[in-house]
Ligand binder design. Sequence first.
Ligand SMILES: NC(=O)c1ccc[n+]([C@@H]2O[C@H](COP(=O)([O-])OP(=O)(O)OC[C@H]3O[C@@H](n4cnc5c(N)ncnc54)[C@H](OP(=O)(O)O)[C@@H]3O)[C@@H](O)[C@H]2O)c1
Length: 359
Amino acid sequence: MKKFNVGIIGATGMVGQRFALLLENHPWFNVTTLAASANSAGKSYKEAVGNRWAMKNPMPEKFSGMTVLDAEKDIETIVSNVDFVFCAVNMKKDEIKALEETYAKHECPVISNNSAHRFTPDVPMIIPEINADHAEIIKSQRERLGTKRGFIAVKSNCSLQSYVPAIYPLDKFGVDKVLVCTYQAISGAGKTFERWPEMIDNVIPYIGGEEEKSEKEPLKIWGEIKNGEIVPSENPKFTAQCLRVPVSDGHMAAVYVSFKNKPSKEEIIDTWANFKGEPQDLDLPLAPKQFLNYFTEDNMPQTKLNRDLEKGMAVSIGRLREDSQYDYKFVCLSHNTLRGAAGGAVLLAELLCAKGYID
Ligand SMILES: NC(=O)c1ccc[n+]([C@@H]2O[C@H](COP(=O)([O-])OP(=O)(O)OC[C@H]3O[C@@H](n4cnc5c(N)ncnc54)[C@H](OP(=O)(O)O)[C@@H]3O)[C@@H](O)[C@H]2O)c1
């Protein structure tokens, strides 16, 4: 695979910092450009991040002296230095929409962590193991944007990266309805305990917009391409409650599911054990070897023990048992800033490069 020059837009933020670590020694991607807001522009990466570095590993030496560019004003310079960009910015939704479209129209593909374009009908929202085929919509999007290379592809919200991978392969038994309660880490809000001391010894039963995303986004993942659009599925039905819990990294979900054709417990566990997608078939650099991992111990998975499984790209599942109101219940765990954010985006970029959508 050729080396691609890439930029990180929003490099100073929580997700941007994860990108910096993941891309430090990436075999295909070479970071040439770091960009953020006008506040950071002109400063070295180290200076711009200041005391906001929130990762356990130190800032990569090779990036610390790089000058941060202004994601909006320096766009011409940025697109001339990269083959594509990763984007994770904290701006108003319509500003993000416009920014990402501007990059795409400058013939620069955008792999986005932001929610702004998740429901644009010709923008694919991809979990690479599940709906890699939705990349085919890029052709229609390019026609709309009038571009040859440029397009936007997004990843879904971090909350659903734990339970959608576990539920999707079970649809061969006809998943009917799903109830999910998520227990979400504070890094999902771009925070650490130092910056959010109110979260110590606390649970907040509200995350703005999260329940709607957790119920609606899976239906686009289940959707079908028709007449140049991804038409969301009407089933399965999802209902969600999302809580913020005092955990640094790792979103847990408690899931209840009913089927049209109820499988046995063994059939479910077997389905998870054998599930793989294009990232595994293509042996992509960041693909977990085993995507879905079922733990038989009653007290597993645990956030602290399992969130980093396979570089934080695998999903851990446990406690599968019958339920009195739904057919089954179980728990799932995924790392929210790795599989749920920067890692999911890097895997998506690897997929799109491997399949020739980015050249
Ligand atoms: N944290 C997660 O687990 C997670 C998961 C999935 C998706 N996301 C999404 O990823 C995005 C970033 O989240 P985050 O947690 O990394 O946020 P964050 O820590 O607040 O970082 C925000 C980034 O956006 C930049 N920014 C702000 N205004 C800008 C502007 N006008 N132009 C260009 N850059 C600007 C900031 O630059 P300055 O430092 O210069 O202000 C910073 O680099 C959000 O859309 C979020 O919803 C986050």
